[in-house]
Design a protein around this ligand. Structure first.
Ligand code: CP
Length: 308
């Protein structure tokens, strides 16, 4: 596809489109640091968030402000939108689409962005839907890999932690599969291993992957260690399973000592205890630069979606 409208899942993107987005994101770095821009003046973005967020909502809002546009926001839509009165998602979207030129939505149920897109006359951007996908996070992750490692082909990556509930790793698998010769190591506690649908997708697309237990064996082989939080909120009353998963894989100085000098540690954030803050000052700790890149990638997406 050469033209974007809704952004609901990572499978929509191809290498050419990502190259366009990443080139535009580089331009956006210049806009933020040097020029400023008003190319989206008179455009309005609505952010509808039914789940908590710091990075995704604020970076989208900052992106729109930095391009001269306006922002309408509901940060706790479950409680403070008319969802609390029983309004359907579809009706909410039809109404908000009358007030805004683009809707950025996070929801606690997988598949809701597709439902929203089906009724929306304006672009809908999936900002994370339950344990489903987080396509804009995956785009900023790929942009970060390109910026940090210098290429997107032949990438070795260890995805670590809560792979069953992690929408970021799911979307990232789809994007990595578009490039030449990725090698993916899934390193997860037994109760939160990567789900079969992603593994089947990777097999169908001839992407090499293995499931491994020993992170210390994997770490020296990869360009990226992509750590994720064990998502307590997805376990419900399965507290024992959460406690089993938590703390099994920690990135600390000892692990960094096993990694290649030119590799990086990434994390979509927020972190709890799965990365020791002692390593934050190591140049390979890329997670705050990664979060910062979200601004540029989301500016690029808004500019492309709104036709500026
Ligand atoms: N990475 C990410 O989605 O962070 P937030 O939950 O803070 O948006």
């Amino acid at each position: 596809m050469s033209r974007l409208f809704h952004v609901v899942e990572a499978q929509q993107f191809n290498v050419e489109l990502m190259a366009n987005i990443f080139a535009t994101a580089r331009e956006m770095e210049q806009v933020v640091q040097h020029y400023g821009s008003n190319i989206l003046s008179r455009r309005v973005m609505a952010t509808l968030f039914y789940e908590p967020s710091t990075r995704t909502r604020l970076s989208f809002e900052s992106a729109m402000c930095r391009l001269g546009g306006g922002v309408l926001t509901t940060e706790n839509a479950r409680e403070f939108s008319s969802a609390a009165k029983g309004e359907t998602l579809e009706d909410t979207i039809r109404v908000v689409a009358g007030y805004a030129d683009v809707i950025v939505m996070r929801h606690y149920e997988s598949g809701t962005s597709k439902r929203a897109a089906a009724v929306s006359p304006v672009p809908v951007i999936n900002a994370g839907d339950g344990s489903g996908q987080h396509p804009t996070q995956a785009l900023l992750d790929m942009y970060t890999i390109q910026r940090e490692i210098g290429r997107l082909d032949d990438i070795g990556i260890a995805m670590v932690g809560d792979l069953a509930n992690g929408r970021t790793v799911r979307s990232l698998c789809y994007l990595l599969a578009k490039y030449r010769n990725p090698m993916i190591y899934f390193v997860a506690p037994q109760v939160v291993r990567m789900k079969d649908d992603i593994k089947e997708y990777l097999r169908r697309h001839h992407v090499s992957f293995v499931e491994a237990e020993d992170l210390y064996e994997v770490a020296p082989k990869v360009d990226v260690v992509y750590q994720t939080r064990i998502q307590k909120e997805r376990f419900g009353d399965r507290i024992t399973e959460y406690e089993q998963a938590r703390g099994q894989y920690i990135i600390n100085r000892a692990l960094l000592d096993c990694m290649k000098k030119e590799s990086v540690v990434m994390h979509p954030l927020p972190r709890v205890d799965e990365i020791d803050p002692d390593i934050d000052s190591d140049p390979r700790a890329a997670y705050f630069r990664q979060a910062h890149n979200g601004l540029y990638v989301r500016m690029a997406l808004l500019r492309m979606l709104l036709g500026a």
